[in-house]
Design a protein around this ligand. Sequence first.
Ligand code: PLP
Length: 378
Amino acid sequence: MKQILYKPGRIFLSVPHMGGHERNYVQKALEDNWVSTKGPNVPGFEHDICQHTNAQHAVALSSGTAALHLALLVLGVKPGDEVICSTFTFVASANPILYAGATPVFVDSEEETWNMDPELLEEAIKAGISRGKKPACILLVHLYGMPAKMKEIMEVANRYEIPVLEDAAEALGSRYSGHQVGTFGKIGVFSFNGNKIVTTSGGGALITADEELAARAEFLANQAKDHAPYYLHSQMGYNYMLSNVSAGIGRGQLEVLEKRVKQRREIYTYYRDRLSDVEGLYFVPEPKTSFANRWLTTVLLPDGFSPEQVRQELEHENIETRPLWKPMHQQPLFESYTSFGNGTSDKLFERGLCLPSSSSLTEEDLAKVVKTLKQALE
Ligand SMILES: *Cc1c(COP(=O)(O)O)cnc(C)c1O
């Protein structure tokens, strides 16, 4: 039997943090035998997501990846289409483009938020159009919970009339110009994976203002079952629904979302303040336009230190850290695809590290991380 063993007292990067009421929703589901993909927690959870994000419609799904896949499909992305995608992201942003039979075109980040550079985006769109391939969709990411430059990006997208899909998997609770991320594009996607700011133990959702898109996503998620007294299918569908038990966990978690955002932001501030005397250590500031959920606190290390060397030193003290995402254009899987670069994501990957950011971390844990990191950077 495969076993997962950790030394006791390990400080993890990001772990689930229950609020307390999850068990009530789950217990009710068990008592009522709603242990399936149907049941009252699912629409309840969708309603709660709308409340928290100010979205008109939410569809609860089995993962953030599934939500991205369905979002591309309902936005009309077809085999052979090109989809613009942030290169600086987790692979789950880009894989759904391949599921849809489309071709990713990667765009690099700007230095302020580390997200899609609006100028490079326009360059990529123009290049596509001149090749006779206008991009079918812009898939941008709000990485580590930091909102992308939505004003500039939406201006470009609107000018070329290209639908925007926001991968807000890491950014639930983040705002830009006072609005929740995920509500700027045609569709926004969240993940409720176990390492995200709140979790359903595995799940995702998409939000949209467009009732038809929501209905179509729900239809495809449920094996594209047509209206008929028997099982009638005229299109290919998927099994992407969220279970009523998982949705119950999600309902409990959304009750504490704001608290979790506050806690993660406090962790960021703690690190930034206690490490302010380490020369050359860089923390990403929050632009005036934005309110970041600070899902993970990220740093760029001073010159002369490699993320891997520092990671190992912290690992030695039983502290989990993680390099920043390796950009998609550097991945063997995506190497052959077109990419519009400016060197930003390459530099971030070479110099960056994610620090333990679980909302359940104690002051003692945080002090240990600070002390160990200071020693590693001496
Ligand atoms: C976690 C994550 C996803 C995928 O979500 P899952 O629920 O794990 O499928 C997509 N994009 C980004 C940026 C993520 O961090």
